[in-house]
Structure formats: structure tokens, C-alpha cells
Design a binder for this molecule. Structure first.
Ligand code: NAI
Length: 369
């Protein structure tokens, strides 16, 4: 039986333990906090019991999943693992120190980080075996979200990527290769969905009109409904993180309405008041198509910029965006549907009038042949 090690048993780590245990792997898991270790099995039992009650899982399958999980105190007990995934605190020093401890203890394991904002290369730097270090970026909630971004750095061995891919696909996930760039694919290519909506809000359009326009062209949730769902504070942190990592490029500009929303505590569902929440978007405005085209043109441009930086494909980006952000179509499918001239013209018109010079500069593949 192949063993998977999980370090960190918080939101993501417990989801990872559930995922691999349910797929029939032996899971050994640990956490630095004794209370978190002690509560891990009861928390998993509770999550599984809900699925049994709602008829989504048999009690036999629930028992088998629980039996596959062993919670241990020390890192040495993780030794049989073929793959170790860390889901500890999002700090470079902590992740680096953990991997330095793990490499001699787990000589046969691929060492994967679930970081969403740190560079995989930076985590691997200075280790004895950087070739074993990869990124495996899961989405919350882990058992439900199909997508996993698989990230190698320059020194990662192809074998490490293959092992992690095989084991994660065996657990039922769709694994998409992503470059070791800020935000990987989804957290980066999603930015314009929010950012361009916020730009329009800043210009005086209503959140309701913008959301209704996107829903009218097939999006399941408008940008502001999504911010309200995830939390304005989380969205602002992701935006500011990428803005800094991308050297304050105007494509990632954090617009004032988002900052204001966080400052006054209207974070969305979790505080009871958001941009739209608790209301729903109204009917689509007359210029819904123009609003949607503006957001879609910027989604296409961001994806095309990422593509130009290497390490991914048009299909990879489209699949990741559909699974990770629940988009009805990927950025390159949007490009195909509208045609490059229409996207190009929209971006050129925006660049001509924006105060944020350079925000809409075309990615190389969109420039006229
Ligand atoms: P969390 O705060 O729920 O859990 C982190 C756990 O790690 C805690 O139980 C803590 O006691 C433990 N821990 C901290 N330092 C440790 C160490 N040195 N050794 C062992 N255990 C340690 O955090 P969450 O949300 O599960 O995030 C974990 C990682 O996953 C972070 O890197 C985060 O950026 C990433 N991530 C989080 C997502 C989310 O939606 N929550 C989505 C994708 C990635």
C-alpha cells in the first residue's frame, strides 16, 4: 500500500488526508499543535458522517477512509511515504525548515508544498535534494474541487512530477502543469475577473449591473458575488500579493472600492454585507454585452501574458480556469469565440483612455500578425 504523508492538519491538510485516505492510500499525518492532532480524526469522522447521512457515502466507505488515516506525533513516523504534502502556515521560513527536516527522514519521498503564494524554487533553495521538491496546489474544499496545479521549479526531477501526478490522478483529481510564477495559473488569471469589474465600479457602474451582465452571458456568479462568497479581505490579500510579486504592474492594480470595502468591514457573506450580498444582481443592463466583453478581453490578455512566460499551454489554462474558477469557458475559448480583432480593439480602446498606463498592453500572441 502506497503511503502519503500530510503535514499540517488545518483546513487544507485535513481535506488532503480525507482525499488520499478515501482513494485507498495509507495516510500518515501530523501537525505541530497537539490539540489539532487530537481533533483530526474526530473532525474527519464528522465530515464523513455528514456525507453518509446525505447518502453520498456508504458507512463502509466512511469506515475504510478513517481506518486509512494514522495521525502521528513525530515527523520520523512519516518515513514510508512516497509523497509528502505540507499544508502548514504560509511562511517561507517555516516551509523551508520543514522540508530541511523531512529530506533525511523521508529519503524516498517527493516533497510537495501546497503554497498558494510562495515560490516553489525559493522553498527548495539550499536543500540537499531540491530535485524532490514540487508544488501541488489544491483548492478549498479539497475533496470537492477537481483541480490541482502541479508546479516544478528549474531543478525538479521529471520523476518527482510523474509520481505526484500519478498518485493525485489516482485520487480522482485533474492535474494541470503550472509554471512556478506568482499565483500559478488560477490565482493569477482570475485577477481580471475581479479587477476589471472593480475598475468599472470605480468609474461609477453598479455592482449589480456588472454581475448581471456576466450572468447574462453564462457566468454562474458575477465578480462581486464571488468576492462576497470568498471574502473581500481574502480577495484584497490575493490582489495585493500578486501586485507586489508582479512589481506593481498596473494589470494587478488594487482598486479603491475593494480597499474601502475591507476598511469598513463589509467582507461579504461572512459579515452579512458585501458588494451585492445579501441581495442578488438585478436584470442585465442594456449594455451587458459591452460590460462582459471588457471583462473577457482582460481575462484573455492575462492568460496570453502567462502563456508567453512559458511552462503552460492554452488547454492547460482553459481547463484550470474552468475547474478552478468555475468559468463557463476558458480564456482561449473566449478568444476563439470573439476573434482576436475584437479582443484587440477592446484592449486598445481601454489603453487609450485609462489613467493606469500599460494596464491593457497586448500580450505578444494578441498582436496583429
Ligand atoms: P490552517 O491554518 O487551517 O492550517 C495550518 C496548520 O498547520 C495548523 O493546524 C498549524 O498548527 C499547522 N502548522 C503550522 N506550522 C507547522 C509546522 N511547522 N509543522 C507542522 N504543522 C504546522 O491553514 P490552511 O488554510 O489549511 O492552509 C495551509 C496551507 O495551504 C497554506 O500554505 C495555505 O497558503 C495553503 N492553501 C490554503 C488554501 C485555503 O483556501 N485555505 C487554498 C490553497 C492553499
Amino acid at each position: 500500500m502506497t503511503t502519503i504523508a500530510i503535514i499540517g492538519l488545518g483546513t487544507m491538510g485535513l481535506g488532503l488526508a480525507q482525499l488520499y485516505a478515501a482513494a485507498g492510500f495509507a495516510v500518515r499525518a501530523t501537525d505541530a499543535d497537539a490539540a489539532i492532532r487530537d481533533s483530526a480524526k474526530p473532525r474527519l469522522a464528522e465530515a464523513l458522517a455528514l456525507r453518509v447521512t446525505s447518502g453520498k457515502l456508504t458507512s463502509d466507505a466512511s469506515d475504510a477512509t478513517l481506518a486509512n488515516l494514522t495521525v502521528t506525533r513525530d515527523l520520523a513516523s512519516l518515513a514510508p511515504a512516497s509523497l509528502a504534502i505540507e499544508a502548514i502556515v504560509e511562511r517561507l521560513d517555516a516551509k523551508h525548515a520543514l522540508f530541511a527536516d523531512l529530506e533525511p527522514l523521508l529519503p524516498g519521498a517527493v516533497l510537495a508544498t501546497n503554497t498558494s503564494s510562495l515560490s516553489v524554487a525559493a522553498i527548495a533553495e539550499g536543500l540537499r535534494h531540491p530535485d524532490r521538491v514540487i508544488g501541488l496546489h489544491f483548492f478549498n474544499p479539497v475533496p470537492a474541487m477537481k483541480l490541482v496545479e502541479l508546479v516544478g521549479h528549474k531543478g525538479t526531477s521529471p520523476a518527482a512530477l510523474t509520481i505526484a501526478r500519478q498518485l493525485t490522478e489516482a485520487a480522482g483529481k485533474t492535474v494541470i502543469a503550472a509554471p512556478d510564477r506568482p499565483g500559478f495559473i488560477v490565482n493569477r488569471c482570475a485577477r481580471p475577473y475581479y479587477g476589471e469589474a472593480l475598475a468599472m465600479l470605480d468609474e461609477g457602474r453598479s455592482a449589480s449591473d456588472i454581475d448581471a451582465a456576466m450572468i447574462a452571458v453564462g457566468y454562474r456568479l458575477g465578480p462581486f458575488q464571488l468576492i462576497d462568497l470568498i471574502g473581500a479581505d481574502i480577495n484584497l490579500a490575493a490582489t495585493e500579493g500578486l501586485f507586489a510579486a508582479m512589481h506593481h504592474h498596473p494589470r494587478y492594480h488594487p482598486f479603491l472600492p475593494l480597499r474601502r470595502q475591507v476598511a469598513i468591514g463589509n467582507l461579504g457573506r461572512k459579515t452579512g454585507q458585501g458588494f451585492i450580498f445579501p441581495a442578488d444582481p438585478g436584470t442585465a443592463p442594456k449594455d451587458a454585452a459591452a460590460i462582459a466583453l471588457r471583462i473577457e478581453a482582460t481575462l484573455v490578455n492575462e492568460a496570453a501574458w502567462l502563456l508567453s512566460e512559458g511552462g503552460t499551454t492554452t488547454d492547460g489554462i482553459d481547463t484550470a480556469m474552468k475547474l478552478g474558477l468555475n468559468l463557463p469557458r476558458g480564456p482561449f475559448e473566449i478568444l476563439e469565440a470573439h476573434g482576436a480583432p475584437k479582443i484587440r480593439a477592446k484592449l486598445a480602446a481601454l489603453e487609450a483612455t485609462t489613467a493606469l498606463r500599460g494596464r491593457y498592453v497586448l500580450a505578444p500572441m494578441l498582436e496583429a500578425a
